[in-house]
Design a protein around this ligand. Sequence first.
Ligand code: SF4
Ligand code: SF4
Length: 192
Amino acid sequence: MAVEKNYGNSELENKLRDRYYYTSDSSKDFSDEVRKISGTISHMCYQCGTCTGSCPSAPRSSYRIRVFMRRAVLGLEDEALMDPDLWLCTTCYSCTDRCPRDIAPTDVIMAMRNLAFRKDIGPRNFLKTVQLIYSSGHGVPNNDVNRAAREKLGLPRDPPTTHSYPEFMPGIRKIIDHYGLKEQADKLLSEE
Ligand code: SF4
Ligand code: SF4
């Protein structure tokens, strides 16, 4: 917990409270790890907010990439990894295109997701997606309603993906198995 001191000046105390909070809760290791995994200069963020202003998720959710950039700089590991908004980035890379400091905020988010997954933190829909890709090659597999619609449009009932070429499924499973994703997704979902 943050240590609070009484300076007899409530305005100053409020300002300093943040500093104590960051000092007691921040982890330099977390900042370093995010920087290392992301391969970007996250510590150079000066909080201009261009990333959030470019982000298609921001107007539709409470997700703010700039907040995560601040957490990366200050090493606020728990705040970053426990926040469900971590999983709302679509990885569109608009923020990375526009950051005036040439930082890749997208890769910062990906690094944090990796660190979260190592701690068995992952949202249910992501875990289910891993299972679906493992079983079908698709995050959203084809179904009979879509097949009928495709037929009406004069398209083959299945697209030219693993649905039509299941012989490529072992390759997909091999990649997922290499990272132990399916095993971990199964484990986390079974613990729910
Ligand atoms: S655009 Fe770049 S410098 Fe500005 S807040 Fe986002 S990450 Fe930081
Ligand atoms: S990559 Fe993620 S954080 Fe960046 S603009 Fe796209 S959705 Fe937002």
